[in-house]
Write a protein that binds this ligand. Structure first.
Ligand SMILES: *Cc1c(COP(=O)(O)O)cnc(C)c1O
Length: 390
């Protein structure tokens, strides 16, 4: 391997501290405003964020809450989904997609994914329908929108609610429309590593349905619309004003950050091609009509090499992560649902072969070059035949 100046670069998986430092002046001014106001939970700062995010995403109503997970719970609860109901979710996603279904007392029913993109496969959803099916949760995984035309057709034919899990897809698009506009409700997460990240936990539900929005606003404050009068039992799922103030600062940078993520993804694609690694380090597949925002840049490698490559990258100070090492149907907490290994072969294959490379808006070409150099070094040492096959 050629020694280059980039050799010394260590590359984090993401860089939250760097992003906060670049905006420190603006964030501190916003926080001083909140502290001086004395209104530190909900209030005008949170309402302003809701209005700004609703406008950004092109929806009528936005209900801020404590996390993306809680956003899913609020949406499912407000749609009346509960015990005895089934909700179809992909077998390959972050745990919260299915966890939220359980938290409203309903049963998650897993469906397999498209092997190329890891997104929920509409044909697999049809396979999992039952008389108890009430909703489907498409997950716009890694920042790429699901096939919403097909999923909407399935949902309409079988009278299912659609709750989009747009936690990883803030600002992503499909056929010219923003994610968050395709279902009865959509959950956003502002977890620090997401496309729009808070300095802690935060989330939001989007909807065009005023009745649903009203019920979710009540549910997030113990089910009360008039203080101390409770029509139903709700939750404490409020958002802090400090988080809202910071998110309002960062929201203005999101379009630029998404473009930077897309440019970084294109650079990775080119670097992988130049190194002739694409046969065994397969770049992400982007479907037509998508505005992919690359919340993660996930490559696929042969399962036999994946974990060794992770160790090799980490030993070279490259931050990598496996999203996700296990299909949800194989999680211990879902054992009672009766699934087995082999039930979702594409989800299982993905769990064995995916690898997320460092990705954040500010990543430099030198850092990316270093990441691919280290991958190439691994390939040269451990998988020369695979590399030649390219
Ligand atoms: C992050 C995430 C969530 C949950 O969001 P939190 O804010 O962490 O609760 C849900 N679904 C997916 C796909 C996610 O990536």
């Amino acid at each position: 391997m050629v020694q280059t100046a980039a050799e010394a670069v260590s590359v984090p998986l993401c860089d939250i501290a760097g992003q906060n430092a670049a905006l420190a002046g603006e964030i501190e001014a916003a926080w001083r405003r909140v502290l001086a106001s004395g209104q530190v939970i909900l209030g005008p700062e949170v309402s302003a964020l809701e209005a700004e995010v609703a406008a950004f995403c092109g929806v009528r109503h936005a209900v801020a809450c404590s996390s993306g997970t809680d956003a899913l719970v609020l949406a499912l609860h407000a749609l009346g989904i509960g015990p005895g109901d089934e909700v179809i979710v992909p077998a390959f996603t972050f745990f919260a997609t299915a966890g939220a279904v359980c938290r409203v007392g309903a049963t998650p029913v897993f469906a397999d994914i498209d092997p190329a993109t890891y997104l929920l496969d509409p044909a697999e959803v049809v396979q999992r329908l039952s008389p108890r099916s009430r909703a489907v949760i498409p997950v716009h995984l890694f920042g790429q929108a699901c096939d919403m035309a097909a999923l909407r057709a399935v949902a309409e034919e079988h009278t299912l609610y659609i709750v989009e899990d747009a936690a990883q897809a803030f600002g992503s698009g499909y056929a010219g429309e923003q994610c968050g506009r395709f279902g009865h409700a959509a959950a956003l997460s502002f977890y620090p590593t997401k496309n729009l990240g808070a300095a802690g936990d935060a989330g939001m539900v989007l909807t065009d349905d005023v009745g649903l929005a009203r019920r979710m606003r009540a549910l997030r404050v113990h089910g009360s619309e008039v203080r101390y009068y409770h029509r139903e039992v709700g939750y404490n799922m409020r958002l802090d004003a400090l988080q809202a103030a910071l998110l309002r600062v960062k929201l203005r940078y999101v379009p630029q950050w998404l473009e930077q993520r897309r440019q970084a993804a294109a650079r990775y694609d080119a670097l992988i091609q130049q190194a002739q690694l694409q046969q065994w380090l397969q770049p992400p597949v982007v479907l037509p009509q998508r505005y992919h925002t690359f919340n993660q840049y996930v490559v696929r490698v042969p399962a036999a090499h994946r974990d060794a490559l992770v160790q090799f990258l980490k030993s070279h100070q490259i931050g990598v992560e496996i999203y996700y090492p296990l299909g949800l149907h194989e999680q211990e907490c879902f054992r009672h649902l009766g699934y087995q290994r082999g039930d979702f072969p594409r989800a299982e294959a993905a769990a064995a072969s995916v690898l997320a490379l460092p990705m954040f808006p500010e990543i430099t070409p030198a850092q990316q070059q270093r990441v691919i150099e280290v991958c190439a070094a691994y390939a040269a040492a451990h998988a020369p035949s695979l590399r030649r096959a390219a």
